[in-house]
Design a protein around this ligand. Structure first.
Ligand code: PMP
Length: 449
């Protein structure tokens, strides 16, 4: 791959004036100029199928969302200290999708801001900043959200786990510390109880617990049954609040439910919503119970200059409307199930694929060294020997890009391929993806030990 002149020039200028810690995707970065539905077009007119972008939730540049933005932007954009129909309508429409307990909305502009505010709510509620979070989680780029994000503080440039954070293992039943446990939900939830006890021994209390409803940075890990119910019980008994980070998985993506936490049959105290809510427009929200909202309103105003402005609210309302009108939740369920079935048949052909998992259009498949794979006919084969196929995952991602498919890797070993496309992704997209995946999986680059 060689960069052509326009791309090279942009890359040079970018290096000069943009923050040095910002990366670009792919060794020879893409210059993307247009988006439509589940497709992106580069500056040469080449089309890519986007299997990565869960921000463009209802499809890149969806006309109804664009129109809602344009119309309101031409009329009024101001802050939330004025009364405005869009603001209250959006709050009503958003809370209507949630359990009745979650009825109070604070509008913000990013997932990081949402989680930052949720952390302040936990502190106000409990009187402590102590938080329990899940290994390899990412919850935002602010000081306090980095402090609860193992993905950042335990990685390059990180300063390690701060004293006010305790981490519990990912409840990974494929390659985690409990694989064949009788009741993995219970087994993994017990770590929360342990951490709470450790703090109690030092006379420390608990502020709260935060987890994504399916672990994305962790590698598309679906929580085992009963996990959140058990953890939430422990956390609440200890006086803490439970935050569901729905920034990646929310708004119908998991198919069977509108919100990811509903897969676990729980109701959090606080839900944080981001990426898909504005379909690319910076829009996020913290929704909590009236009790939490009342406690947080301690006299200090929470004001957010851009949060809840009429343009953003108009965009958010359009997103909710499109999800409903186009039946995208049901579509995610059907298309996701179809794609998952196809991925299972790939797994049967290619031992490189160790696991296929996910819900709706939030899927992943994990690559492990074929020599260490449990043969599918022998589910009790030596799991312990499984080692991640990180190089093959990188090869596959880059080859798929050459063939016109944008895919991303994640998980602590970067060996999980994530699939979380715009929800306009359809059966035809699934068939094309599977066709090219089977081609690349048969190449030498995916064979190497
Ligand atoms: N939570 C999760 C689960 C995320 O994936 C992200 C972003 N990757 C954030 C929070 C932070 O959101 P933002 O980048 O909008 O600040």
């Amino acid at each position: 791959h060689h960069l052509d002149k326009p791309a090279e020039r942009l890359l040079d200028r970018r290096k000069k004036h943009l923050g040095y810690s910002l990366s670009v995707s792919y060794q020879s970065p893409l210059l993307i100029e247009r988006g439509r539905r589940q497709y992106l077009l580069d500056h040469t007119g080449r089309r890519y199928l986007d299997t990565v972008n869960n921000v463009a939730h209802v499809g890149h540049e969806h006309p109804a969302v664009v129109e809602a933005l344009q119309q309101q932007a031409a009329v009024l954009n101001t802050n939330s200290r004025y009364l405005h129909e869009n603001l209250i309508r959006f709050a009503e429409e958003l809370t209507a999708t949630l359990p009745p307990e979650l009825s109070v909305v604070h509008f913000v502009n990013s997932g990081s801001e949402a989680n930052e505010l949720a952390l302040r709510m936990c502190e106000q509620w409990s009187g402590t900043r102590n938080m329990i979070a899940v290994e390899t989680g990412y919850h935002g780029n602010t000081g306090r959200t980095i402090d609860i994000s193992g993905y950042k503080f335990a990685g390059k440039g990180g300063k390690g786990c701060p004293p006010a954070t305790k981490i519990i293992p990912m409840p990974d039943t494929f390659r985690g510390i409990h694989r064949d446990a009788e009741n993995p939900g219970q087994k993994y939830a017990a770590y929360a109880r342990q951490r709470i006890a450790e703090w109690a021994d030092q006379g420390e209390k608990l502020g709260g617990f935060i987890a994504e409803s399916i672990l994305s940075c962790g590698g598309q890990i679906v929580l085992p049954e009963g996990y959140l119910r058990e953890v939430y019980r422990e956390v609440r008994t200890a006086g803490g609040l439970c935050i569901a980070d729905e920034v990646q998985v929310g708004l119908g993506r998991v198919g069977s439910h509108f919100w990811g936490f509903e897969l676990q049959g729980v109701v959090p105290d606080i839900v944080t919503i981001g990426k898909p809510l504005g379909n690319g427009h910076p829009l996020a929200a913290v929704v909590c119970t009236p009790e939490v909202a009342a406690c947080f309103a301690n006299g200090m105003e929470y004001f957010n200059t851009f949060g809840g402005n009429p343009v953003s609210c108009s965009v958010g309302r359009a997103v909710l409307r499109v999800i409903k009108e186009e039946g995208l939740q049901q579509h995610a369920l059907e298309t996701g199930d179809y794609l998952k079935t196809q991925l299972f048949s790939l797994q049967a052909r290619f031992p490189l694929i160790g696991d296929v998992r996910g819900e709706g259009l939030f899927l992943g498949f994990e690559l492990i060294q074929p020599s260490t794979a449990p043969a599918s006919a022998h589910p009790s084969a030596p799991h312990d020997a499984m080692s991640p196929a990180t190089k093959q995952a990188s090869y596959l991602k880059n080859r798929m890009r050459e063939l016109g498919f944008l895919m991303s890797t994640d998980g602590p070993d970067e060996n999980v391929i994530k699939i979380k496309p715009p929800m306009s992704f359809d059966r035809k997209s699934a068939d094309q993806l599977i066709h090219y995946l089977s081609r690349v999986l048969a190449e030498d680059g995916c064979m190497m030990p």
